[in-house]
Design a protein around this ligand. Structure first.
Ligand code: GDP
Length: 715
C-alpha cells in the first residue's frame, strides 16, 4: 500500500492548485516548534540536505509547503519551485538562497506572510511526504521580534494545525516540555495526541536517563508517541563525517545518532522508546499513510460533490463549451482584423474624396470671405455679371488679378498637409476607438501596442504622403494651368450655388436667433440704429482727432477717454443692454453678409455664370469650386496610394508580428486571463478537469483497496 501516500500526495498537490477549501484538503505533516528548538536540523536530516534559511535574525516568515517525492529509479536529486518557473535546481545551496530571498521579500512591516512557498524535492533518498514548515514560535518578545510578530506566528500555526493534518511538535530535550509552545498548541486542537508526534531534539544535551524518561511520555502522553533525535549538524558535516563524498546528510546524522544511542543501550535499547531520525522518517511515513488512508473515503465524497457542482456550473454557464487561452488569443486577433476591415469601408476613395472636399469647401469659403465679401466692389462685379453688354475681355484686370490671388491662396494653403492629416486623424480615431473598446479594455498592454504601432505606421507615412500630395497638386497653383471644361464648370457652379444657399441659411438662422435674443424685430431695428449712430460718432471723432493732429502721446490719452466721454449722451437716451449692443453689431455684420450673398447668388444664377469657364473672373466661386474638386480628387488618389494602402497592408501584419508571434505560452495565458469572463471560464474549466482527474485517481485507489482488504482480513 506504499503507493497510497505517493498517489494521494499527487492528488493533494492538484487539489491545492484549485484553491484551498477545507473539504478538499488531504493531510500533511505540519512542523511546529519554538525558535532554536532544532526544527530546521530535523527537517534537513529528513531531506538529507541543508536547504533551509539560516542566520540569527532569519526567522522563517512564510510557511514552506515541502513536498518530498521519492524517485527510486532516478539518480539525480533536485528541487523545484513551481510558482517561480525556475526549473530544476540540483544545487541545494541555490534552493537555500531562493528560500532566503523569498522570506526576505516579506516586508518587515508584515512580519510574517500567510502565503506558502511551494517547494518540491525529488530524490531517491527522500520518502514520500508532505511537510509544512512554519515560522518558529517566539518565546520572549524582544526589540527586533515584537509582540505583534509573536501573535501573528501563533495565529498562523493555529490555522495549519487543524484537522486533518498531522502535527510534528518539536521540543528540545534541554527545555522543560511544560514550556513547549508546540505541545501546548497541539493539546488545544488534539488533546489526546491522536495526530501529534512529539520530536525531542538535542537528546545529547541531557543525561540519557532524563532523555529516555521524556520519550516514555508519561508526563505529557501522546498517542503517537515521542521520537528522540540528535539532529545537530554543521555546514558540510555530511562530507566531513562521511568521508565518502556522496554521503547523504541523512546517513551522516543517522550514523552519529546510532553511535550516541548505542553507547547508551541501557537507557534506549531495552525500552520501547523511539530514537533516531531514520526512525522518525519511518514513523512519519506510517502515520501519514494511515491518515491519508483514513481520509480516502471522505475526500472521495468531497471531490465527487465538488465535481458535480463544477460540472453543473460549466454546463449552465458555458453550455460545456471548452476554450483555451490560445483559442481566445487567436479569436481576438481575428476579430480585430475583421473589425478593422469593416471599418476600412469608411476609408474608400469616394468617402475620402467627400471628406477632403468638405475640408476644401471650407477653405474656398475662407478665401472668398477674405478676398471678395469684404470688398465693396464685389457688388459692382455682381451687377456686371448680370449686364449682357459687358464683354468678358473688357472686364477690368482688377478682377483677373483678384481671381488669380484667390486661386493661389486656395492652392497654397497647405492642402497636402491638411488633407493627409485629416485622413490620418480619421485612422487614429478608428484605432483609438478599437483599442479602448472591448475586449481591449481588458488588455491595456495589447491596446497600447496596437495604438503604438498604428501611430508609428502613420507617422512614417505622413511626411511622404503629404509631400506627394503637395507635389501632385502643383499644376493647380498657376491659375493659367488649370483646365476645365463646360461640364466641370457647370457642376462647380451648382456646388457653389448650394454652398452659398447653405451659408445664406446659416446667416439667416443666426440673425433670427439674435432677433429672438434682443426681443424682436423692432427692438433689433432700434438697436441697429443705435449701433449705426455710435459708429458714425466714432468715425467723426477719429476724423476730428486726425484733423486736430495733436501730439501722438497726448492724443493717445485723449483717444481712450474720448469715446467714453461722448457715449453718455446717447446712453442717456437709450439704455441698452451691453450684451444686446454686441449682438446688434453682429447682426449688422450678418445683414451685410446676407446682402452680398444674395447678390452673388443672383450672379451665380445669371446667364453669364452659366455660360462657361471663359467667364471665370465674373464668377470666382465657380472657378474655386472646380479647383477644390480637382484638389480633392488628386489628394484622395495619392493619400490612397501612399497612406491608406500602406496602412491597410501593414496593420494586420503588425497584429501578427507584434501581438501574436512573440507571445510564449505563459504570456498567452496571461493575456487571456486579463479578460475577466475568460478567466472565469478557464478557471471553472480547469477546476472541473482537475476534479475529474482527481476523481478518476481516487476511484482507482478505492477500488484497489476493495480488492486488497478482504484478502488481508482473511489471512
Ligand atoms: P530551529 O530554529 O528550530 O530551526 O533550530 P535549528 O535547527 O536551527 O537549531 C538551533 C540550534 O540548535 C543550532 O545551533 C543547532 O546546531 C542546534 N541543534 C539542533 N539540533 C541539535 C541536537 O540534536 N543536539 C545539539 N547539541 N544541538 C542541536
Amino acid at each position: 500500500l506504499m503507493n497510497l501516500t505517493k498517489k494521494l500526495i499527487g492528488i493533494r498537490t492538484i487539489l491545492l492548485s484549485i484553491g484551498q477549501s477545507e473539504s478538499l484538503t488531504l493531510p500533511s505533516i505540519v512542523v511546529i516548534g519554538s525558535q532554536s528548538s532544532g526544527k530546521s536540523s530535523v527537517l534537513e536530516a529528513i531531506v538529507g540536505h541543508e536547504f533551509l534559511p539560516k542566520g540569527n535574525n532569519m526567522v522563517t516568515r512564510r510557511p514552506i509547503e515541502l513536498t518530498l517525492i521519492h524517485t527510486p529509479d532516478a539518480a539525480a536529486e533536485y528541487g523545484v519551485f513551481p510558482a517561480l518557473g525556475l526549473g530544476k535546481m540540483t544545487d541545494f545551496k541555490q534552493i537555500q538562497k531562493t528560500l532566503t530571498d523569498l522570506n526576505l521579500a516579506v516586508p518587515a512591516s508584515e512580519c510574517v506572510s500567510d502565503e506558502p512557498i511551494d517547494l518540491r524535492i525529488y530524490s531517491p533518498h527522500v520518502p514520500d511526504l508532505t511537510l509544512i514548515d512554519l515560522p518558529g514560535y517566539i518565546q520572549l518578545a524582544s526589540m527586533d521580534q515584537p509582540e505583534e510578530l509573536k501573535e501573528k506566528i501563533a495565529a498562523l500555526c493555529d490555522r495549519y494545525i487543524r484537522e486533518p493534518n498531522v502535527i510534528l511538535a518539536v521540543c528540545a530535550a534541554d527545555v522543560d516540555l511544560a514550556n513547549s509552545p508546540a505541545l501546548r498548541a497541539s493539546k488545544r486542537v488534539d488533546p489526546l495526541g491522536l495526530r501529534t508526534i512529539g520530536v525531542v531534539t538535542k537528546m545529547d544535551l541531557v543525561p540519557p536517563e532524563t532523555g529516555a524518561a521524556i520519550l516514555e511520555g508519561n508526563r505529557y502522553p501522546l498517542h503517537l508517541g515521542y521520537v528522540g533525535v540528535v539532529a545537530k549538524h554543521t555546514p558540510g558535516e555530511a562530507r566531513r563525517a562521511g568521508r565518502r563524498d556522496d554521503e547523504n546528510l541523512s546517513s551522516a546524522v543517522a550514523r552519529k545518532e546510532d553511535s550516541y544511542f548505542n553507547s547508551h543501550k541501557d537507557q534506549f535499547g531495552a525500552k520501547s522508546v523511539m530514537v533516531g531520525t531514520s526512525t522518525l522518517r519511518q514513523r512519519l511515513m506510517e502515520v501519514l499513510e494511515a491518515r491519508m488512508s483514513s481520509s480516502l473515503h471522505g475526500i472521495t465524497n468531497a471531490v465527487q460533490l465538488e465535481l458535480e457542482e463544477a460540472s453543473y456550473q460549466f454546463k449552465v454557464q458555458y453550455n460545456d463549451r471548452r476554450i483555451t487561452a490560445e483559442s481566445y488569443v487567436a479569436e481576438t486577433m481575428d476579430a480585430l482584423k475583421a473589425r478593422f476591415k469593416d471599418y476600412t469601408a469608411a476609408f474608400r476613395k469616394p468617402q475620402i474624396r467627400a471628406k477632403l472636399k468638405g475640408m476644401l469647401d471650407e477653405k474656398v469659403m475662407d478665401v472668398l470671405e477674405q478676398l471678395y465679401w469684404g470688398d465693396k466692389r464685389t457688388a459692382e462685379l455682381s451687377s456686371l455679371a448680370g449686364d449682357a453688354k459687358v464683354r468678358a475681355e473688357n472686364l477690368e484686370p482688377y478682377w483677373q488679378y483678384k481671381l488669380e490671388a484667390a486661386s493661389s491662396l486656395l492652392t497654397k494653403s497647405g492642402v497636402g498637409r491638411d488633407s493627409t492629416n485629416l485622413v490620418a486623424d480619421g485612422l487614429r480615431n478608428l484605432i483609438d476607438s478599437i483599442a479602448s473598446g472591448e475586449p481591449y479594455s481588458f488588455h491595456p498592454e495589447a491596446a497600447d501596442r496596437i495604438v503604438q504601432f498604428s501611430h508609428a505606421i502613420l507617422r512614417e507615412r505622413l511626411g511622404v504622403t503629404s509631400d506627394q500630395v503637395e507635389n501632385c497638386i502643383k499644376p493647380y497653383k498657376m491659375k493659367s494651368e488649370v483646365e476645365m471644361d463646360d461640364r466641370e464648370w457647370e457642376a462647380g457652379r451648382e456646388r457653389a450655388v448650394s454652398l452659398y444657399e447653405k451659408e445664406l441659411a446659416s446667416c439667416q438662422d443666426q440673425l433670427a436667433s439674435i432677433k429672438k435674443r434682443v426681443g424682436g424685430n423692432r427692438k433689433l431695428s432700434s438697436l441697429l440704429g443705435y449701433v449705426t449712430k455710435l459708429e458714425e460718432e466714432e468715425r467723426s471723432k477719429a476724423a476730428m482727432r486726425l484733423a486736430l493732429s495733436t501730439t501722438p502721446k497726448e492724443d493717445d490719452k485723449d483717444g481712450e477717454a474720448a469715446p467714453e466721454a461722448s457715449t453718455p449722451s446717447l446712453l442717456d437716451n437709450y439704455r441698452y443692454n451691453p450684451a444686446h449692443v454686441v449682438d446688434a453689431r453682429r447682426a449688422a455684420a450678418y445683414i451685410d453678409r446676407l446682402a452680398i450673398l444674395k447678390l452673388r447668388l443672383a450672379a451665380l444664377r445669371s446667364k453669364r455664370c452659366r455660360a462657361g469657364p471663359e467667364n471665370d473672373a465674373f464668377c470666382p466661386e465657380v472657378f474655386l469650386n472646380v479647383v477644390a474638386e480637382k484638389l480633392a480628387y488628386t489628394s484622395a488618389m495619392f493619400i490612397n496610394i501612399e497612406l491608406l494602402d500602406q496602412f491597410f497592408y501593414q496593420f494586420p501584419r503588425e497584429i501578427d508580428s507584434r501581438l501574436m508571434y512573440d507571445l510564449d505560452r505563459a504570456e498567452i495565458t496571461r493575456f487571456a486571463r486579463e479578460n475577466p469572463s475568460i478567466r472565469r471560464h478557464l478557471d471553472l474549466q480547469d477546476r472541473k478537469d482537475k476534479l475529474e482527474d482527481v476523481m478518476k485517481q481516487l476511484q482507482g485507489l478505492v477500488n484497489l483497496r476493495k480488492d486488497t482488504q478482504p484478502t488481508a482480513r482473511r489471512q
